[in-house]
Design a protein. Structure first.
Length: 156
């Protein structure tokens, strides 16, 4: 049996990146960061329409989900050391989400989002070596930064 080249029908097609992101380099990194900021801004439409309590619930669930994304990358990566690191990261961000929600402490959630932004920039050649698309860390950094700032502005 010959191996399949490219995505299987179950996987679908690869994500087509905007040209400036696809070209990489400093401009691509900056464009990915800006895209993350825009995605974060659009996401904030939901909690902006919710009551304080419901917004905290939504943002806590989202933080826990965000914390698990790198686990998906590392499961595809397959290396044990990176799996351990990403698993601990997932647990930390899930605990922050649970504590922030259970104790109604939006600043714990803000710390979680801003901390996840730092987690994002730790991925790369000089940090955590989980294989991720190069553009993912700056995109997620922009997203996390916007959500963390929102938490500080709305709930302070």
């Amino acid at each position: 049996m010959s191996p399949m080249i490219g995505p299987t029908p179950e996987q679908g097609r690869e994500l087509a990146l905007p040209g400036v992101i696809a070209q990489g380099g400093r401009r691509g990194w900056t464009a990915a960061l800006v895209a993350g900021v825009l995605f974060g801004g659009v996401t904030l439409i939901i909690p902006a329409l919710l009551s304080r309590e419901d917004a905290l619930g939504f943002l806590a669930i989202l933080l826990a989900m965000i914390g698990a994304v790198y686990l998906a990358f590392v499961l595809q990566d397959g290396r044990r050391r990176e799996f351990g690191i990403e698993y601990v990261g997932m647990v930390v961000f899930t605990v922050l989400a649970m504590v922030g929600l259970a104790r109604e402490q939006p600043m714990v959630l803000a710390a979680g989002y801003l901390g996840h932004g730092l987690w994002d920039i730790m991925h790369g050649p000089r940090g955590i070596h989980t294989r991720i698309p190069w553009w993912y860390a700056p995109l997620c950094l922009g997203f996390d930064g916007v959500l963390g700032a929102y938490m500080l502005i709305r709930f302070l």
